[in-house]
Design a protein around this ligand. Structure first.
Ligand code: MN
Length: 290
């Protein structure tokens, strides 16, 4: 059976004192109204709003947003109304559900990116949480896109790449942006995606060796400066390597080979001074690219 337990677990980790009654109630209402509906995958429809709410819980969104996410398709796809949503869950949840529903009805043409995003913010009733729910909604639909017929896969992936990826970028939600981008890449340019992933995997050992070499220089520098830090590999995301290469017109192996490291300052009381000092050490060793 589909259960709300895992969602509650994720949410509790970031909000130990969250009021869970509203989540349980939203889940019960959504489950009841979507009952009998199925996803293209054959799964009960409720798995979709539940997955969307879980993506948002992972991002650390608040309880109100999660309740709205559970209910986000009820008004569009069932007999449940906005008035009922407001009676049962209050104005804020109703406002978010209404915003997501309206956003689904806006057709985004070939406007410039800034204009499209402006239109989305207006359609979302100016509450940015509407747009974040929409992004999570699209992410789950993209994750399950293989159940759609090919022509639909391509149309959805194109709209995602042109409208939602720039939106995620603008909102600074890079976890969503990267995953959406990777999923679009697989649908729209399957050959390039396969080649890039192959290259990425082939070069893993070489990359690890470069990273280890950087760490060999950097770790003693950090120690000497009395900065406690860990240095780990931060490989470039394959899609971003592919795109940058295409923009620059070079070979993608060059970018996939770049040694990228993450220097994480270990302090109970992290001071921005230590971060800048570490950056200064890196710039002292290797010439920064302006
Ligand atoms: Mn949906």
């Amino acid at each position: 059976a589909v259960a709300i337990g895992p969602l509650v677990g994720v949410h509790r980790r970031q909000y130990p004192h969250a009021e869970l009654g509203i989540l349980e109630q939203a889940f019960a209402v959504a489950e009841e109204h979507h009952r009998g509906q199925r996803r293209k995958s054959g799964e009960p429809f409720i798995t979709h709003p539940l997955a969307v709410a879980t993506i948002l819980a992972d991002l650390g969104m608040d309880t109100t947003t999660l309740a709205a996410a559970l209910l986000h398709d009820t008004v569009e796809d069932t007999r449940y109304t906005i008035a009922q949503t407001q009676d049962a869950f209050g104005l804020e949840v109703a406002h978010l559900v209404d915003g997501v529903t309206k956003l689904d009805r806006v057709r985004f043409g070939a406007d410039a990116e800034a204009e499209t995003i402006r239109k989305m913010i207006v359609a979302g009733g100016r509450d940015l949480r509407v747009l974040v729910i929409k992004l999570a909604d699209r992410l789950h639909n993209m994750r399950t896109l293989r159940y759609q017929p090919p022509h639909k896969q391509e149309r959805i992936a194109r709209a995602t790449r042109d409208v939602l990826v720039p939106l995620a970028d603008r909102l600074g939600i890079h976890v969503l942006k990267r995953e959406l981008e990777g999923l679009c890449f697989a649908v729209l340019e399957p050959d390039e995606e396969a080649a890039t992933l192959r290259l990425h995997a082939e070069r893993a050992r070489h990359r690890a060796a470069l990273t280890a070499e950087m760490a060999r220089w950097l770790i003693p520098d950090l120690r000497e400066a009395q900065i406690s830090a860990t240095v780990t590999e931060r490989p470039r995301h394959p899609y971003s390597a592919y795109r940058t290469t295409r923009e620059r017109g070079g070979g993608s192996d060059e970018l996939l080979d770049a040694a990228r490291v993450l220097v994480l300052i270990n302090r109970d009381d992290p001071s921005p001074g230590d971060c800048y000092a570490a950056l200064g050490l890196v710039h002292g060793r290797w010439r920064p690219v302006p």
